[in-house]
Design a protein around this ligand. Structure first.
Ligand SMILES: Nc1nc2c(ncn2[C@@H]2O[C@H](COP(=O)(O)OP(=O)(O)OP(=O)(O)O)[C@@H](O)[C@H]2O)c(=O)[nH]1
Ligand SMILES: [Mg+2]
Ligand SMILES: [Zn+2]
Length: 342
């Protein structure tokens, strides 16, 4: 196996010439487990630890290696290595971590596209979809929606869900999938390119791991049935990058209970570009689109051109991201790893 098949390209090797001495080698982080890492290079996977010097130089958890990262390492033996440097990230998925204090949590790095997975059965939720879209936009990751368990709903119900998404002004590509009948699996395989990395995102129990098992054709990862309400139980507990025989890579993640978005005003603007476009026609340039006269956004809602729910979610996400951004100022500092904030 070549490193390029694992996604290494010129962009990373150029970075490495600046950060890594020539005697070190490249590897990709494929799993993280409480201070231990699994890394992979052309020869296979080994366990790795970060060096003391590296740990000493990191200022936040975001600088720590995460799944998908390219790292510079020394191989201590055939079965272990030490990580000296994390190369800058080309793209990333991160969220506000659970809890009262605002902290960033890296989910995965160097992702070409995110499969946002929602189940048609008790999980479908447009505002939550919009949160994931903002997360992907912010990290420069192309999003794609996978609607699973279509075998459990009627064709009309599925059409209704898709209509609801489109009415909300969301143009993301949608793949309808059943892991039971196999419908949609070919479409997933078609979008996956050689040497590209994909990350599964979504609630627990929606079928993320089952999809990977379908792609590998083997039950290599553990899945578990969900309760009647469709609520999952967090079967997957760690993030893991899997190299598929077809030549693409996919990262399994544990289901997320909440999708806290973060300093993502850029991501919010991108998702709500229809509202952005309208706002140029507002009478006041600083229009907040809440009660001003001559507001083009409010007029569009009145005339039915813009969905009320879509607008409400825009306001909600904007408020949340501004608020998180403000709480971060003060402790925010960019470091040399692009895209990470502490
Ligand atoms: N009917 C039906 N069941 C499915 C489908 N996809 C997955 N399941 C079932 O849903 C249950 C949960 O699937 P998992 O793949 O473990 O879900 P997950 O998203 O990985 O969940 P976490 O690991 O907890 O995040 C399993 O019993 C699967 O067999 C589908 O398309 N249709
Ligand atoms: Mg799972
Ligand atoms: Zn306005």
């Amino acid at each position: 196996m070549e490193l390029s098949e694992l996604g290494l390209d010129r962009w990373f090797t150029d970075q490495a010439s600046e950060f890594c001495p020539p005697e070190q080698r490249f590897a990709r982080v494929t799993a993280v487990d409480r201070g231990w890492y699994v890394i992979r290079n052309e020869d296979g996977e080994v366990a790795a630890r970060a060096t003391g010097k590296f740990l000493h130089s990191t200022e936040s958890t975001n600088d720590m290696p995460c799944v998908g990262d390219w790292v510079c390492v020394c191989y201590d033996s055939e079965t272990s290595a030490s990580i000296h440097t994390v190369l800058p990230r080309k793209s990333f998925l991160r969220r506000k971590s659970v809890g009262k204090t605002i902290e960033l949590q890296m989910i995965a790095a160097n992702i070409d596209a995110a499969f946002i997975v929602q189940s048609c059965h008790y999980d479908f939720n447009v505002p939550r979809l919009e949160r994931y879209l903002v997360m992907a936009n912010e990290g420069h990751v192309e999003p794609l929606l996978v609607l699973t368990k279509i075998d459990l709903v009627s064709a009309e119900e599925l059409a209704q869900m898709i209509l609801e998404i489109r009415r909300g002004g969301i143009n993301v590509r949608i793949i309808a999938l059943s892991n039971v009948t196999g419908v949609g699996l070919d479409q997933i395989k078609e979008v996956m390119g050689l040497g590209k990395t994909y990350c599964l995102l979504g609630s627990s129990g929606v079928g993320k791991t089952t999809l990977i098992n379908q792609l590998t054709g083997q039950d290599i990862l553990k899945t578990r049935s969900v309760s009647d309400s469709g609520e999952g139980r967090h079967t997957t507990v760690r993030r893991q990058l899997i190299v598929l025989e077809q030549g693409a890579m996919i990262i399994d993640t544990p289901g997320m209970r909440e999708v806290g978005i973060f300093t993502a005003s850029e991501g919010v603007d991108e998702l709500f570009d229809d509202i952005q476009a309208l706002s140029f026609h507002c009478r006041f340039t600083n229009c907040s689109h809440s009660n001003e006269p001559g507001c083009a956004v409010l007029e569009a809602i009145k005339s039915g051109k813009l969905e009320q729910e879509h607008y409400a979610n825009y306001v909600r996400l904007n408020r949340e991201s501004t608020c998180n951004e403000t709480s971060l100022t003060g402790k925010r500092k960019r470091n040399k790893t692009s895209g990470t904030i502490k």
